[in-house]
Structure formats: C-alpha cells, structure tokens
Ligand binder design. Structure first.
Ligand code: SF4
Ligand code: SF4
Length: 119
C-alpha cells in the first residue's frame, strides 16, 4: 500500500475541481499518475494545498510532516496535483514545479510525483 500526500492548488481545489472527486476516482481506478500503484493500492494520508499564491508549499509540507509525526503516521510519496500543473500551464501560477519537486525530495526524502488524475 502506497501512503501518499496530495498537494493541490488552493485556488482550484473545491472551486473548479470540486470536492477532489477526480483524484478519488483516479485513485480507485488506478488512472493517470496513480496507475503505478494500481496493484499495490493507495492510502491517502493527507491532502493539503499550496497555501494560495505565490505557493507556500514548503512550510505547508513541514506542518503536514509535524502533524504526521504527532499522530504516528507517515507517507511514502508526495503528489503534486494536476490542478497545480494546470495552474502553471494555463494561468499565472508562479510555482516552478521541477524546482519544487527537487526541494521537496531534498527536504523530506520522499519521491515526488508530478500530476495526479488524467482529466
Ligand atoms: S487535481 Fe486532484 S488534488 Fe487537485 S483539486 Fe483536482 S481533484 Fe483535488
Ligand atoms: S500558487 Fe499556483 S498552485 Fe498555488 S494557488 Fe496560486 S495558482 Fe494555485
């Protein structure tokens, strides 16, 4: 079972991508970037947002990690939501995704996967 954290765009989550239904559907079906865990299964440990523009992902994830420690849970992978990818491609999201991936991997020692659902 892959324990994951999903990071979403604060401006998109539950507004144009309502209730994160697309990601939950993709997890269930093993679609999009979740496909690699199709056989193993996925356990969503946490969902958090970038904290709004200009993207406060590092301090948000530090808090997520602190709370994980407090409650005795951990994650294996961090997903950067398709919402964030779309925000960078179609709007003026200032997040540099490859750079963010590097920073997250260095800080938390977990693999970061770019993108989530395929829709
Ligand atoms: S891409 Fe996934 S995490 Fe992001 S808002 Fe949509 S459903 Fe939620
Ligand atoms: S920084 Fe990017 S991902 Fe975060 S709210 Fe703004 S547009 Fe969305």
């Amino acid at each position: 079972m892959a324990n994951i954290v999903i990071i979403s765009c604060d401006k998109i989550r539950d507004k144009s991508c309502v209730a994160c239904i697309k990601c939950f559907k993709a997890i269930k079906e093993g679609a999009g970037e979740y496909e690699r865990f199709k056989d193993e299964g996925i356990n969503v440990i946490a969902m958090t947002t970038c904290g709004d523009c200009p993207g406060l992902v590092m301090p948000k994830m530090a808090l997520v990690k602190d709370i994980c420690n407090q409650y005795g849970v951990d994650f294996d992978y961090i997903f950067i939501g398709t919402c964030i990818v779309k925000a960078t491609e179609t709007a003026k999201c200032p997040i540099d995704i490859p750079e963010l991936k590097k920073k997250l991997e260095n800080k938390f020692g977990k693999e970061v996967i770019i993108g989530t659902h395929p829709w």
